[in-house]
Design a protein around this ligand. Structure first.
Ligand code: 9WO
Length: 246
């Protein structure tokens, strides 16, 4: 997977190199990343990328031309180009399934807007997909772009260890995670559930599944319904859910 990122703040993406799972994956060439600054594709001395909004109102709008010229440069540089994605609150809500689907492409271009907005003509002419991380407004698309990259890179085979990727599978059930504990056994008078100390793996797995179902039913009942529709709940799961209805 290759990510080409259009941003007037390319330095923000240096943090990806800093370490952690994603930094290591980059070092090991599990994916590639290149930033492209629209200021490099301006023609005026001031390298202008924004201008006032037609119709008035506060805030500046990102101009179509520097963004489109940046895209042209990416297309000239890359033999294969996948979808052009704009990070925007208007977009389709990002989730784990979208991360999986987008990973099927060899290349993705992420467009990070700044100022108040992006000229609609750039969006209509060039953007294949608008993606939102949630119903909030930020000052730019860079942080959502990095969040998307993080979510996708974790799914690339070999990036996580075997133990961690098994963990991914439990999220693939569409349920929330069970509670986790580590040493000490007693912390400020609060104990670790005894089932986890017993060493019976079948019983532990059964407890974890129930805890996942319980947390999901309480906090995100919509995910229970979705898992049910996908056939991800066993009859044992259904019996447990019935037992906690009270
Ligand atoms: C801003 C905006 C505000 C209200 C309704 C729709 C909106 N669209 C945009 C927009 O596309 N803004 C550009 C990108 C330029 C200004 C900063 N941008 C942005 C992206 N702010 N917030 C996001 C974002 C992206 C993904 N998930 C959540 C927020």
């Amino acid at each position: 997977m290759r990510f080409d990122i259009i941003s007037i703040f390319p330095e923000m993406f240096e943090i990806i190199h800093a370490g952690g799972v994603v930094g290591r994956a980059l070092e090991k060439h599990h994916f590639a990343l290149q930033t492209w600054n629209p200021r490099a594709y301006t023609t005026d001395n001031r390298k202008t990328v924004d201008d006032r909004a037609y119709g008035g109102g506060p805030g500046m709008v990102m101009m179509a031309e520097p963004l489109e010229k940046t895209l042209t440069a990416i297309k000239q540089d890359q033999s294969k180009v996948g979808p052009v994605v704009l990070l925007s609150p208007h977009g389709r809500r990002f989730d784990q399934q979208m991360a999986i689907n987008l990973l099927q492409h060899e290349q993705i271009t992420l467009v990070c807007g700044r100022y108040e907005a992006v000229d609609q003509r750039f969006i209509e002419r060039n953007v294949d997909l608008e993606i939102s991380l949630g119903d909030f407004v930020l000052s730019g698309g860079e942080i959502p772009a990095m969040a998307m990259i993080d979510a996708m890179v974790r799914l690339i085979p070999g990036v996580l260890g075997d133990k961690d990727s098994a963990q991914q599978d439990s999220f693939m059930d569409g349920l929330l995670d069970c509670p986790h504990y580590t040493r000490p056994e007693i912390y400020e008078n609060s104990v670790v559930p005894s089932v986890l100390l017993g060493g019976n793996h079948a019983i532990i797995e059964g407890w974890r599944r129930e805890q996942s179902l319980l947390a999901t039913q309480l906090r995100r009942p919509d995910l229970i319904e979705a898992a049910r529709k996908k056939g991800l709940l066993s009859s044992k799961d259904e019996l447990f859910l019935k037992s906690i209805q009270a």
